[in-house]
Structures are given as C-alpha cells and as structure tokens.
Design a protein. Structure first.
Lengths: 416, 416
C-alpha cells in the first residue's frame, strides 16, 4: 500500500464497474501487506491491511498476487512462495526481475502460473505488452528509452534554464522529484535495471545486469549542454539496446541526439521508448513513467490481462538461446562529443589530431570558441568510431602535457 | 497482393523463422487473390495467385483470411463468406469496418471466429492492440490522432516552407505522397473512417460514420498557418474523439494546437495517436501510418495474435450499449481562431465584438497587423465556447456590411 500499490487499489475500486462490464472480469481485493497497520491511509479500509505476508501468500482463495515491494528481498521470497502456491504474480519490481528472473520464470513455469511485469519499465507506458503482443512480425534492431524521469527532469531543466547539475538537483529534491539520496537515478542504475528487462524482451535473449553498461549524469556540465545546443543536439540520459549480427549491446549513458529525433522533445519527468524494427520501422511510445495512478494502470492492466488468459502461462522472457558474454558487444560504435582543455601552444592540435588518427577516429567537426584563452575547451565531434578506440585515445590525450579531456559524450545520430 | 498484401506476404516469408521460433506458430500461405495473374510481381511466386476468391474462401485447409481490398464491396461479401466458412478474418479495410461492422461482428460471433483490424487505423502503430490489451484499467476521455499521412505531409510542408496548399499538393502528387484524386485524404474522410473505428474502441460504444463530423484542409491558407505560428500554434488535421458525461463527440478538422503539445512535433507522413485517460494520464504512440511493410507488420501481428487465442473470439468492438443520436454531442466546446476581413471604419470592431458577446463568445486575444490596409484580416482567439454559438456568430458577422469571416479554425488547448 505504498505509492504504486495504493494507486492500483484505487483503480481496482473506482473502475471496477467498467472493468467487470467490459472485460467480464470480477475480482475482490482480499488483503494488502503493510509494515504498519496503525498508519492512516485515507480512503483505504483498515480491514484489508495485514502485516503477515502469509495471510496473502497462503490464502487459497487468492488467484493473483501483485508485488510492489521493490528490491530483491523479501520480494523474491514472497514471489516464489506465491508462485509455488499456484498464484499468478504481477510485479512492478524491476530489481527483483533483473536479478532473479531465471529463477522466477522457472518457478512460474513449474507451477503453471504467470508472471506479468508491465509496471516494471516506464510506469504506465504499455511497452512490454506492445513488445509481446504487437511486434511479433519484427526483428527489433534498436530500443532506446528515456526511462528515468528524475534524470530527464534534471537534464531538461539544465537545458531550458541554463543551470548547473547541482543547482537543478537541489530544486528537484525540494519538490520531491529527486530522492534525498539520488544515486540510483542519477548514476543510471535505475535505467540500467529497466534496460536489462526491456532489451531482454525486445531481443528475445536474456540481458543480465552485469552486461549492461551504465554511466550517470553527475558529470554533465551546463557548458556541454549549451555547446551541444548550438550544434543542434539535445542531451538525454538514454538507455540504448541494439542487436546487430546477433550481438547485443546494452548501455545507459548521457547521449546527444539531434533536435529532430523523436526523443529530443520528451521533456520533464515524461518517459518514452523508441523502437526500430525491420518491418514496422520506427515506433515511439511516450507517457507517464511513474506516479501512483499511471503505474497502477499498468498493474491493473496486467491483472485483467492475466485473468483472461485461458491457459495459465508464465510470461516473463522468451529466450532464444543461452546467453554468454560472447553474445554481447562492449566495443560498440558511436559518434562522440569530446571536450578537451588544451594549452595554446604550437603543435597541440596536431598532437591531438594525431592521437585520434592513430586510434582510427575521424574528426567530423571542431569548435574552438576563443583561441588561446585558458579554461576554454576545444570541442570535437567525431564520425562513427569504436568505444574501445575512443577510450584509448582519451587516455593518450590525457597523458599529453597540459591536456585533459573534460567530457566524452556519445552522440546517437539519426543515421545510426 | 497490392501494397499491404505484398508487404504482409514478404514479412510472413522472410520472418517465418523468428515467428515460428518465438511464438510457436507455424503457418503456410496457401493462396492470394489477384485481379490479373499475368502481372509480374517480382519475388512473389506465381503459383500462389488466383483470380477466383472461392479458391481461398472455400478452402477447408485455410484458417485465417486476410483482406486488403479496400472499400465496401466485394470486401464485405468475401469477409462474410470467410466468417461463415469458419475462418478468422484479419482486415486492413477501414471502410468496410466503418460501414458494416455490426453485421460483420454478428457473423463472426455466430461462427465463433475472430475479426482483427490493427492495420485499419494508423498503419503500423499498434493503437488497437493497445486499446484492447493495455487500457483495461482506464476510462478514456480523449483520443486525438494525426491519422492521415497525406494531409500531415501537406500541412507540415506548408508550415516549414511557407508554401500554399495547392503548391504543396502538386508536389506531394508528383512524388506519390498524394493520390491523383486526393479527395478522400484532403477532405478528411479517410481520417473520419479511422476515427469512427478508433473512438468506437476507445469509448466502448459504436460511433457510426454518420455521427463523425469531418472538414478537410483545402481551405487552409498559408497566412493562417503563419499567423498561428506567431501565436505559438501549430496546425494539424486532427481526428478528435471525446467522451464527457456519457456523450461522445467525434470530429475531424484542421486544428491549432500549442507548439508544446506532443502532437505538434509529428511532421511529414508520420502518424500519431494521443490518449487521455483517468488512470494512465496521457499516452502518445507515433510511427509509420502507411506503407507496405509497416502496415504489413500490423497484419502479421494480427495473424499471429489471432492464431494464439485458445478460444476463438470475435474481436471487433466491445459495446456498452445501443447507440442513438442522443449519445453524441454535436455542440462541442472548443477555442477558436477566427480571421475576419473588415473595412477600416468606425464601429466595425464594436459590431463584431457585439456579435461575439451576443453569442456567449468571449475573446481571449485579437491581432490586427496593419490597421486600415485593405485585405489584411483581423484575427481573434476566443476562450472556450460552443460550436453552435460560433456557427451562428459567423453567420451574423458575414451579414454585416463589408465583413467576411475568411477562416474559422478550432484550437485544441492543452488545458482542455
């Protein structure tokens, strides 16, 4: 009965008439697990509440258990208990799924019950149902998402108001849009959990967390955003999954995209997921990625959908194959935005250009605003090159006397 | 084996491996109805083709018939024959659905088979599957769509290049983006058919074509678009469905929306559908609304989805109630952009303002660019008022000496 649970409960109560009338599904909410029964919960009847999970998990009358605990334990234990007791599980918990899904899926399968997880990625946006029920004809080559509202709010405000990261973070914390400890969001970990699920479903192969690269927004400067803007680029924390030549890459990092990209206009706490597929082409879904009622909508949709499946099915991830490290590509291709602090002396640019060339990196454009003034960076935009080449180049540039690479931001071009 | 049919065939052929592997669905394309067997169709084997519909409709081996004929007849007769022969029908044909669906649905129900129609609205965008399988928790209050690619292409080009309607239409025709006879598209009829289906599904009540208002883009001037732009407004041909107080309004017309609206950035031939719902809030889906492979993707998705339903179901429209004219609202509320040609003489503006006031129309703002110069209109933006009041006001203004209303464009504000 936290944020998502109470939203789901209110929808189940307030929209019971339409759900039963349209879908033919009648249901009763029999109980809700809480930590503290004495806490006042407004319009939620006290007699539903229990502090004993067994009241729910062992109740033979219960068909479906919805889980919104977050984190691995005790969620994992409760989900397994529910599945073993023959109950279908609906969950909004990305962390337990990303960490434990082979075990959960196996348990669901063994018990002939389902696991549904629409609410675990992008809140109310029905991206998981879309992937399962509308993309059957397609090989999906790319999935890109703005799937963390906090960081999108921060980057949008930095861009629109020209403020620094720490300034906007404080504001976001004061209005409740960022947690007191924002680490999970701003370091890209929340998005990485979601990308693990999203790319597993999109590419029909398990993408474990350990193969998802993540890099947060804490080092993004307002100068980078401003210079990018002048170049027609918008900065987003993107979760990017690609499948090329049977190899998957999955990565979360600050990314410049052209202003004309459909994700560039997604501002504030809004979420969006972009798919690129062989038959359908591009598809974008955008909407509320968090919040009590939007996420509750996804939970209730799963409950209704699950209850209408005539044969009980597990429904987590369809897997083509066993997955090993070889299935993943960590040396991905990208364009790059590189900001370098360089002293104004003869031969410096030649040295930098030489390092790029030696690492197979070709420069697309260079901007140096006020030559010679200390503390003003030189910006390079590269053509498509390889991540590991770029890492090596950055190391080598950093070892040149007086030079340092102040920013390295990947650019997702429309053409890629 | 036209545009959509050949796209669906190519996907069924080229992606058979993934469809069978992932979905467990094996299928054989047994035949395809064509007008002319001798016409060369590239990679499509001639032995599939037949000119006799009975070869397909009466073949006892056939489980699913997909229909892409367009229009009412012979599509209606063939669909009924297929349904009566126990075959599920997948159709991309908005016209036969909008005109005949009660009959088709009854026939499907009587025969215990299905009708699926994802491809009939917005091409590849899975809006129908989303409405059926992801919105169960929601009362949808508003559905708005850019669901005609031709008109969106024309309006986008007019706006971006400052060209006139007829200029852009000619260009669109020359590159095949507009038909030689563009009437169905530019008069809003194509979008009206789609809105009939979309609002029927969204509002769980039949919305017959005769209750869908439609008005095209042929009278839109580049001046209107330019003035709107200065006011922060973008012009789109919107298909709008709303349900308020159990009454439905369904209308297609040129509409100004704020530049910040999620539909304002949908340019060119791209389609998009926006939903507003009580639990989920706003949701936008955008993608390719036409084309051989995108529409084929929706057809194949329906074929796979249909073949996985363990109990045969019809699946056209879930209807709450019988629908009569009383269920519809033709006197809808909107804001308006009104352009008036007025002579520069004392008392004219007072007379216009008087007409508005007498019809309960309140002015939000007025722009008069170069007062007194003949041929320069005065632009009014109104607050929310009623359609029938506005119609009456326009008639009355037109009857004032020397005055004429050159444009009346509805404005869909973010707040509505």
């Amino acid at each position: 009965m936290g944020n998502v649970g109470s939203g789901a409960y209110r929808i189940l109560r307030d929209n019971a008439d339409i759900i039963t009338h349209r879908e033919g599904v009648k249901y009763t909410v029999t109980g809700a697990l809480v930590r503290d029964k004495s806490k006042s919960r407004g319009d939620i009847p006290n007699e539903l509440l229990t502090t004993d999970p067994n009241d729910i998990l062992n109740d033979p009358e219960v068909d479906i258990v919805a889980e919104f605990l977050g984190g691995v334990e005790p969620a994992r234990t409760y989900i397994l208990q529910a599945l073993n007791n023959g109950k279908t599980v609906v969950t909004a918990n990305k962390v337990v799924l990303a960490n434990c899904w082979p075990e959960l899926e196996e348990c669901a399968r063994a018990n002939g019950v389902g696991i549904y997880c629409e609410a675990s990625v992008a809140g109310g946006i029905p991206i998981i149902r879309t992937l399962y029920t509308a993309m059957q004809a397609n090989r999906i080559t790319k999935v890109m998402g703005i799937i963390n509202g906090t960081t999108n709010y921060i980057l949008s405000a930095m861009s629109q108001q020209g403020k620094s990261y720490s300034e906007v973070l404080s504001e976001a914390q004061s209005i409740g849009l960022a947690e007191p400890d924002p680490t999970l969001d701003v370091e890209g970990l929340d998005a990485a959990y979601k990308l693990s699920l999203l790319s597993s479903i999109a590419f029909h192969g398990k993408v474990p967390m350990k193969y998802v690269y993540h890099e947060g927004i804490t080092k993004v400067s307002k100068q980078d955003i401003a210079v990018g803007k002048e170049m027609g680029l918008t900065l987003k924390l993107l979760a990017i999954g690609k499948k090329e030549n049977d190899r998957i890459e999955a990565r979360v990092h600050p990314t410049f995209i052209p202003n004309s990209h459909p994700l560039a206009a997604i501002n504030g706490a809004t979420n969006a997921v972009y798919l690129d597929c062989d038959a359908l082409g591009e598809l974008v879904l955008s909407g509320q990625g968090a919040g009590s009622l939007p996420t509750g909508s996804a939970v209730v949709s799963d409950i209704v959908y699950a209850s209408k499946q005539s044969t009980p099915t597990y429904n987590t991830f369809k897997n083509d194959d066993n997955v090993s490290e070889n299935c993943f590509n960590f040396n991905w291709e990208s364009e790059y935005f590189i900001s370098i602090m360089a002293p104004d002396r003869p031969g410096v640019m030649a040295a930098v250009a030489g390092v790029f060339a030696a690492n197979n990196i070709s420069i697309a454009s260079m901007v140096q605003k006020r030559s010679g003034e200390p503390g003003v960076p030189v910006i390079f935009l590269t053509h498509i090159c390889h991540e590991l080449d770029m890492k090596r180049a950055i190391e080598q540039i950093g070892s040149l006397e007086g030079l340092s690479v102040s920013s390295c931001i990947r650019v997702e071009a429309l053409s890629k």
